[in-house]
Design a protein around this ligand. Structure first.
Ligand code: NAD
Ligand code: MG
Length: 389
């Protein structure tokens, strides 16, 4: 796009799976997108490699030790900020046009909220931020003129299936319901499999997508679909009863909008996150994602089925949480994060992830949530509850 000022991108969560896919899309569009800032966390080596290649003006790292290691390993002097405050600074930076919110989990909430309060265009991958603070986030988006552009493939598909002038948070005119498609995860076709014996390596081996560890486990428990259901309630201003989840093992149809007149509109594409990322980064312009074209003639079938709610209770738990209260969703998310981490470290069985979350939801005391501090306090409370189990 010659003659157009390039979009200056703040990439938060730049060393993860979405971070990588984002950089690949940006590499395919060097004239229209520049990397202004980048954040990493534990994988300092991965961050150094990306900083060397992309030379962002600003970098966020976990702490002073990472800052020293980074500066010693590169041959220029970016502005390096540290800790959670550094992420908030990069999110609200007046020199960034668009913030990619790709930090995993609750850790992404303060920076995503800061981007909303700074009125940014936000390419949102960090679904946990909306799960924890949906109302506050949508209020901030509205009050500060921010724009949410969903990266999560299902939500991006719904966004693309809505009228061209649709802005996230508005009601959808003529809607009957939204359909979220769900691959079913790695254990979908193994009804005989004892889920108490599943190992982290088996749970992380997703049949269709290559993703970070936490979301891979969430996909195996179907908690990912539960988090996505809550995410969709806020992004598209619908009740959870307006959303159906349908199994679609091929993951070609990425979700659908069903209108009152009986029309279904959907987006199809390969299972490669560069497609929704390219859509969110360049919206409303269409750019190359670098993804190979999909040959429909090579697809033998697209199938649909009901999810198995008995084997995978997480989806029902998420539905119950979003119906109950914001505090329930915060607890659902926090306890799930703790349980997934314990599972990945071999301290918890796979089937115990959902049972811990179910137990947690029974212990939540309903009390209103009216500020970001209240969200973070409730998140902390849930994690302490989990630690004391
Ligand atoms: P990942 O584990 O591969 O990467 C996570 C990123 O977050 C890394 O850059 C890491 O440095 C950063 N991070 C983690 N903890 C942090 C902390 N405490 N402070 C600061 N930074 C921290 O995860 P991912 O798969 O890229 O997922 C990122 C987000 O995108 C998640 O919210 C996930 O649900 C969402 N998402 C991912 C995919 C996918 O295909 N990977 C699809 C849809 C949505
Ligand atoms: Mg998704």
């Amino acid at each position: 796009m010659a003659g157009v000022t390039p979009t200056r991108v703040a990439l938060l969560g730049g060393t993860g799976s979405i971070g990588d896919s984002t950089l690949r899309v940006m590499a395919a569009n060097p004239d229209s997108m520049v990397l202004h800032s980048l954040s990493g966390f534990r994988r300092v080596d991965a961050l150094i490699e990306r900083v060397r290649q992309w030379r962002p003006a600003r970098v966020a790292v976990a702490d002073e030790a990472a800052r020293t290691a980074l500066l010693a390993a590169i041959d220029y002097q970016p502005d390096v900020v540290t800790g959670a405050a550094g992420l908030v600074e990069l999110a609200a930076d007046s020199e960034a046009d668009l913030v990619v919110a790709a930090i995993m989990g609750a850790a992404g909430l303060p920076s995503t909220m800061a981007a909303a309060r700074a009125g940014k265009r936000i390419a949102l991958a960090n679904k946990e931020a909306l799960v924890m603070a949906g109302d506050l986030m949508m209020q901030a988006v509205d009050a500060h003129g921010a724009t949410l552009l969903p990266i999560d493939s299902e939500h991006n598909a719904i966004f693309q299936s809505l009228p061209a002038d649709y802005r996230c948070g508005q009601p959808i005119q003529g809607l009957r319901q939204l359909w979220l498609t769900c691959s079913g995860g790695p254990f979908r076709d193994q009804p005989e499999r004892d889920l108490s014996q599943v190992t982290p390596a088996q749970a992380c081996k997703h049949p269709n997508w290559s993703m970070g560890q936490k979301i891979s486990v969430d996909s195996a428990t179907l908690m990912n679909k539960g988090l996505e259901l809550i995410e969709a309630c806020y992004l598209f201003n619908v009740a959870s009863t307006d959303i159906r989840v349908v199994l679609h093992p091929q993951s070609i149809i990425h979700s659908l909008v069903e209108y009152r007149d009986g029309s279904f509109i959907s987006q199809l594409g390969r299972t490669d996150m560069r497609v929704p990322i390219a859509n969110a980064l360049a919206h409303p312009v269409r750019v190359d994602s670098g993804v190979e074209p999909l040959d429909l003639a090579q697809l033998s079938q697209l199938t649909f089925d009901q999810p198995d709610n008995d084997r995978f209770p997480a989806l029902g738990l998420a539905r119950a949480a979003v119906t109950a209260s914001q505090r329930h969703s915060i607890w659902l998310n926090a306890v799930n994060e703790c349980a997934v981490e314990d599972f990945l470290c071999g301290r918890l069985r796979f089937d115990q992830i959902a049972s811990r979350v179910g137990h947690a939801l029974e212990c939540v005391a309903p009390a209103p949530i009216d500020s970001l501090d209240a969200v973070l306090e409730a998140d902390d409370h849930a994690r302490r509850w989990y630690a004391e189990l």
